[in-house]
Design a protein. Structure first.
Length: 307
């Protein structure tokens, strides 16, 4: 690991992760309809898709951004939950036979295998609508201002739609069997994975209250770099990761002839690029104090994780 990575930032992350993950799980648990609520099979499947584990990288980014801006209150819970519901819906739909046709997700049968394909489609639809419902709600003394709620809805909608995650998935499907260059692959990943990671940071900032333009720009530079580094490392793990750590089949991208960073740059250059981007993300936060250490730790973590 480069000298740009202060080992103490991983210590800060390790200390904070259990609390942040627990908070994310509580928000998701309460943000989803109960399994016995009508129609119960759909709601049970929604909970199966969301509450079956995961790194919770996106909600943690929401909380860590709030911490960097000296806000840790309840306004962060709805956007943290909403962005993870969008991520979960995308995984349910990506796993479908018409898309990636995967059997495992997070070490368990995928939603369409555990239930059935029509139910999985409806699960994705329902998770997406619930995400925006959560952002639009607002009650209590610490509720976001209406302008902030509107900003969060717009931010997540753009990141999830044709100019973000869904657009990236469309590029991905159209790229199977094609030889992309590095710029085309970066464009795909900036949309497919990076847009939602960038939105997580933006949502955290919007929920936390006003911040100066320089701080917003620094956070956005951080998020762009982390989003791409995260996906490059995912590509590397698909080559050399362990199925048990990944929670899905290793080598799936190569088997489908999908373009990846290792297939274009090679493993060594892919690792070096991911490390450089993670370092750039950390450098972007130079103007922020120790409150941003969890964000710094997440940048390092995203290229060291095993799954």
């Amino acid at each position: 690991m480069s000298a740009r990575f202060d080992p103490t930032i991983l210590d800060a992350l390790e200390a904070a992760l259990p609390t942040l993950r627990e908070r994310a799980e509580r928000a998701l648990e309460s943000g989803l309809p109960g399994a016995d609520a009508h129609p119960s099979r759909l709601h049970e499947a929604m909970r199966y898709a969301v509450l079956g584990g995961g790194k919770r990288m996106r909600p943690i980014l929401v909380y860590a951004t709030g911490q960097a801006l000296d806000y840790t209150g309840s306004r962060l819970d709805a956007p943290a939950c909403a962005v993870e519901l969008i991520h979960a819906y995308s995984l349910v739909h990506d796993d479908l036979p018409a898309m990636d046709d995967d059997d495992l997700r997070r070490g368990r049968p995928t939603c369409h295998r555990a239930y059935d394909e029509p139910t999985a489609i409806l699960v994705g639809d329902a998770l997406q609508s619930r995400a925006f419902e959560l952002l639009a709600e607002g009650e209590g003394d610490d509720a976001p201002a209406p302008a902030a709620r509107a900003g969060m809805v717009q931010t997540l909608a753009r990141a999830a739609g044709s100019r973000g995650m869904v657009g990236g998935q469309a590029i991905d499907l159209a790229s199977v069997g094609r030889r992309l260059d590095a710029a085309e692959l970066e464009d795909m990943h900036i949309h497919k994975t990076g847009a939602l990671i960038r939105a997580s940071v933006q949502l955290g900032a919007l929920a936390s209250g006003p911040a100066c333009a320089a701080t917003r720009d620094a956070l956005d530079r951080y998020a762009k770099c982390v989003g791409l580094a995260f996906q490059i490392h995912d590509d590397v793990l698909d080559v050399e990761g362990d199925a048990e750590d990944l929670g899905k089949e290793q080598g799936a991208d190569a088997a489908r002839d999908k373009p990846t960073y290792p297939s274009i740059l090679g493993l060594r250059q892919s690792r070096e690029l991911a490390e450089r981007l993670a370092g750039d993300a950390i450098d972007a936060l130079d103007g922020l104090g120790s409150g941003a250490d969890v964000l710094r730790g997440l940048a390092a973590y995203c290229i060291q994780r095993r799954g």
